[in-house]
Design a protein around this ligand. Structure first.
Ligand code: SAM
Length: 244
């Protein structure tokens, strides 16, 4: 009888792992109720804020786009790093994740973070040449249209701006270094640096100093609709649907 709870726990864990592995075939966002999986000593060691801030040279005054920010494990330390003269856009598709982030921001008394709900790869990243840095930490594999999402990020970065992509095993949506490098190059990024190892790595890529986006590579903004209602206006934008 005493073994029953342990057995149930193992079955539950196996079911969760099976469900997550299935998501590789059909990418979808990490369920909000699994957000606690992100905040553990392993993640802190291999993809914690201090590691990533150093790798992408995030400096005070910079403007950062945190795509798939989740509950803000990284957003808050990133906001502290860029300071009052900098700005962070915390972008995620799940309202439940953003609710947690909102509460944390209030507690932290941070005013340099703007929360934007939208879907990368579906036309909701509408800024043009405004960010010094963009980050994707254990997010890329959850995005169905990865190439389109990366093209949106390319457009949002300033020329010379850096996109920093971090992938960590055993994330079921893990993307290999080769895959990330190929997708980034296809979208028009230049290689900058690679850090870490196969189990947990960061790939930094840059928007070329002069980028001519291929005509038609990003289709025009969708007409106002449900997605637009989910995307609050932001002071950072310069012409897109997200712009003030
Ligand atoms: C595994 S969590 C990572 C959270 C955070 N980056 C971290 O490392 O703590 C992935 C997050 O990406 C978000 N996400 C997935 N697909 C997305 C998309 N297409 N656009 C925006 N956010 C997305 C999910 O909602 C989830 O919050």
């Amino acid at each position: 009888m005493t073994k029953l709870p342990a057995l149930l726990a193992v079955v539950l864990l196996l079911l969760m792992v099976a469900a997550l592995w299935r998501s590789r075939r059909n990418p979808h966002p990490c369920p909000w109720w699994l957000r606690w999986l992100l905040e553990n000593p392993h993640m802190k060691a291999v993809a914690g804020p201090s590691v990533l801030i150093k790798r992408m040279h995030l400096e005070p005054g910079m403007h950062l786009l945190d795509i798939g920010c989740g509950p803000g494990r990284l957003t808050i330390p990133f906001a502290r790093q860029v300071g009052p003269t900098g700005r962070v856009i915390a972008f995620d598709t799940q309202e439940r994740m953003l609710q947690v982030l909102r509460a944390r921001l209030e507690q932290a008394h941070l005013e340099n973070v703007e929360i934007v709900r939208g879907r990368a790869g579906e036309g909701d990243i509408q800024w043009e040449s405004v960010f010094d840095r963009a980050v994707l930490v254990t997010v890329l594999g959850e995005i169905p249209n990865k190439t389109r999402a990366l093209q949106e990020m390319l457009r949002a970065l300033k020329p010379g701006g850096i996109l920093s992509v971090t992938e960590v095993l055993p994330d079921p949506d893990y993307q290999s270094r080769g895959t990330v490098a190929r997708l980034a190059a296809d979208a028009g990024f230049e290689f900058v640096s690679r850090h870490g190892n196969l189990l947990a790595f960061t790939l930094n890529v840059r928007k070329p100093a002069s980028t001519a986006l291929k005509a038609g590579s990003i289709s025009p903004a969708k007409p106002p609709g449900q997605a637009e209602e989910n995307v609050p206006k932001t002071a950072l934008g310069s012409g897109g649907r997200n712009s003030a």
